[in-house]
Design a binder for this molecule. Sequence first.
Ligand code: ADP
Ligand code: MG
Length: 701
Amino acid sequence: MLAPTLDTAIEFLKGVGPKRAELLQKELGIFTCEQLLNYFPFRYIDRTRFYKINELDPDLPYVQILGRITSKEVIGEKQKKRLVARLTDETGSIELVWFQSLKWVDEHLMKGKVYIVFGKPAVFNGSFSISHADLESYPRPATITGNLRLQPVYNSTEKLKKFFLDSKGIQKLVTLVIEQQIREVKETLPLYILQKYHMLSRREALLNIHFPKDVQALKEAEKRLKFEELFFIQLQLLHNKQLRELRFKGHSFDTVGEKVNVFYKELLPFKLTNAQKRVIKEIRTDTQRGIQMNRLVQGDVGSGKTVVALMSMLLACDNGFQACMMAPTEILARQHYSSILSLLKDRLVKVAILTGSTTRKQRTLLHKELEAGEIDLLIGTHALIEDKVVFKNLGMVVIDEQHRFGVEQRARLWRKNTIPPHILVMTATPIPRTLAMTLYGDLDVSVIDELPAGRKPIETRHLYEGQRLRMFGFMKQEIAKGRQVYVVYPLIKESEKLDLLHLEAGIEQMSYQFPLPEYQISIVHGKMRNADKEYEMQRFIKGVSQIMVATTVIEVGVNVPNASVMVIENAERFGLSQLHQLRGRVGRGAEQSFCILMSGNKLSADGKLRLETMVKTNNGFEISEIDLQLRGPGDITGTQQSGVLELKLADLAKDQLILQEARNTVIDILSEDPMLDDPKSSLLRTYLSKRSRGIAFDKIS
Ligand code: ADP
Ligand code: MG
């Protein structure tokens, strides 16, 4: 048979065969030799360092110990069955434990022999033990990988391990591919870029990511591969942006007319902040270029994004177009609708709302009016995207709280007009720079980095369960001053029943503390009917009730300026951005506002850091960066966007510099050679044409 190439199915690599090939496909998505070569270790063990048993410490990561097996036995029954061995060196001994693959371990582990053992030491019943340690016979055989200084560790799965494809097994296969096929690996980055940034060739990088010569070589390999990964994402994003701008004409908003002017001069109840003015100007400039605008507005909670959205929509109306604004929840859509109605005082434009609970009769009428161009502004939820919703002439789309909508949903709105409308995306809270560059790298970004004047920063306190009475006392004091209070409980799917019980217990306790008729409590949670929710919300908004007990349904956008206290129960269970978002519900009026974070007495290190961060700062940009460090990008944006963020090697929390470098490089290349037709860009063109089938841009046209 011919020697395998990089494209060869993994099945034909020596020692794989159909069964293991099937598992590699199912478990790791590896179909070809090349894909195996691109399956990178997730960490490395320093094989030059052997620990003595008396040096062990539970804080150590994986360690390597040289010792003799002095005893070995299988104990326990059925589920609890395990193999326990004792490893001894001249300084002491530790226990090695296996709960799985007992038979295999029993056959391969010989009492009296010396082994090199890898594993993470843990303290169990007061002494050290390592479970599921990796074993190697001693001395090491003299193969290519036998004298590696840094041992690669590959992720495997239980199923793969049953077929001997544990980390070691995978390493063996990778070794084969490298021995036979590394010379086929082709360069993907133009030479001048490699030279400019002193980066390894792709071949050297792949070799060193699997079997690094030393730590320095590993770092260089990682840098090269991370750069490549981020570079191509940026190339695709920015190239798409460029194509979109070339291909899609946009409505040119030539005039600032009566509607914007009257609103600004007669209706606007406050002075715009400088940041708001700047962003409105950016939008104004963008919309008169004759190119479709795709702009992201980032601003902290309360920075006044709504009025920026409204003025942009009025600008569209001034130029003879309709506009719409889409929000992720019904409550939020209604909130926008009523704040926009009250800002407009029934003048200038006709506004309508469309949500899931709009009746069929209303809907039919609304569809007609919309198509006839009788409605100027439409506000609503996902219902706006439905194909039945047809505009006469849609010129501007505002999407609030963007991270809840997918890229595809964005695109569906574009298609509502032959010339696509301008798109303004507004995020609920600031997102870290690296995330913005990756998720929204094809958008222009505006930042509202200033809160309206006269806002007093919210004071945040963290109280433990034992201080609950103090919290109730504080609530009473503020209610006596005429303020209103939110009390928010976590409610997540996984523990929904228990969470609802906590909520109910909390309400019961509160009804003792805050008896009728002096105090009224509104209750809103996701399990209620919409009509009931709405009724309870209205009681709170109108000031009939002083306390609003809720689950996170109130998280987004609710605006009750008289509410000045936010109590968050089990605050340690919320993520940072969610806490910040919740806190943003208060501090909207002229009064000093407060946020009280209630937590149990025991906190994890992360939980503690989250609460401390909240107490320390009100700045959403700062909070988002810490959130990214703590949770990683996937969790921050939610699952909808995760496809965009499936990075193999680069880490948006840590690799900011590489990302910036990659993005700048792409910007430079595209500004010098926009169509990439210079011969030195040929690799980049090849990459893009290989990719262009799958990308969202093509689906849109
Ligand atoms: P967010 O950016 O969180 O969506 P909103 O648009 O809801 O913020 O604005 C929060 C509150 O601040 C609203 O009550 C709004 O009327 C008010 N507001 C917005 N801009 C200003 C301003 N320039 N001066 C004073 N109040 C403002
Ligand atoms: Mg808002």
